[in-house]
Design a protein around this ligand. Structure first.
Ligand code: R5P
Length: 299
């Protein structure tokens, strides 16, 4: 199987309303048309109608969060087929419901799987940007590929401009992402570790790295309430870090998270355009998508 898209003249980017800036950046980068066709009825239901896409390979760009954006994503895939697309790729900038990937208690819906089934019924390929867990892609049973791509290199480019000396992961699970960012910058990396000293005493500190006097960036897949970043920033500043930046692919920023981050020891916040954001620095994740759709799979 080859690349997802080849010649720009055969390709079209279909932009969903939740992911417009990113869709525009992808279309511009590929040099192909950008098609829009989503509206809302007065009752709030979504309506999608797309211009002729006969013979086109379509990239439908729309996060599957929040719920109404997910429904729009399904309608975009369906409309692309109706408009004559020969190949439809679901581009998922922010994959919603990625944290409920199993039934943690009897009777719970496996939300990641349920959401995947709707998309997989209509897409030939799926490309997700920094999904919370890559294993979720196994739920996307498509004829082609269901793959993850990462916006960490885009974040790293900006962090390099900011003069970062070290990269931190907020926990061990996020270490690979920190390692990738650090390798791009040529700086050391580490993760924060929780050590229990007694029944009520817990210490959180960097596993090995001395951050004293350093400009540190914490890199995570998402920031929601900002609690994880604030806790990490507090520890890093206590250990002598001169500056702490918070960088993530997906800026959910729920409940006034950005002011909370800035008041909680974070000096600057960076996110990508996988979600609409306001009040922080933003870098485009378009390059991550271009890489994924123009690179042939490894044999
Ligand atoms: C956790 O597994 C995630 O990678 C993030 O660290 C977490 O979702 C961030 O949430 P919050 O900003 O609410 O602490």
């Amino acid at each position: 199987m080859g690349v997802i898209v080849g010649r720009a003249m055969d390709t079209a980017v279909v932009a969903g309303s939740a992911s417009m800036p990113l869709a525009k950046a992808i279309a511009k980068n590929l040099g192909c048309p950008l098609i829009e066709g989503s509206k809302r009825f007065p009752d709030g239901e979504c309506f999608v109608s797309l211009d002729d896409l006969a013979g086109r390979r379509v990239l439908a760009v729309q996060s599957t969060y929040p719920d109404d954006a997910y429904v729009e994503h399904l309608l975009l895939l369906d409309a692309a087929r109706e408009a004559g697309a020969t190949h439809v790729t679901s581009i998922i900038p922010y994959m919603g419901y990625a944290r409920q990937d199993r039934a943690f208690n009897p009777g719970e819906a496996v939300a990641s799987r349920a959401v995947a089934h709707g998309v997989a019924a209509m897409a030939d390929d799926v490309v997700a940007i920094d999904p919370h867990k890559e294993s979720i892609l196994n739920f996307y049973r498509v004829p082609g590929r269901a793959i993850a791509t990462t916006a960490v290199p885009a974040l790293a480019t900006t962090l390099d401009e900011w003069g970062v000396d070290a990269i931190l992961a907020p926990d061990k699970g996020a270490r690979d992402r920190a390692a990738l960012a650090a390798s791009r910058l040529g700086v050391p990396f580490d993760h924060l570790e929780k050590t229990r000293l007694g029944p009520t005493e817990v210490v959180i500190k960097t596993k090995d790295l001395d951050v004293a006097g350093k400009r540190v960036a914490i890199v995570d897949d998402m920031i929601a309430s900002g609690g994880t970043m604030v806790k990490a920033a507090g520890q890093l500043k206590e250990q002598g870090a001169s500056t702490v930046y918070a960088a993530c692919t997906h800026g959910l920023f729920t409940g006034g998270a950005i002011p909370k981050l800035l008041a909680g020891g974070i000096d600057r916040v960076l996110a990508t355009d996988t979600l609409p954001t306001d009040g922080c620095d933003v870098v485009s994740a378009a390059e991550a998508v271009i890489d994924a759709v123009t690179t042939a799979p490894r044999a």
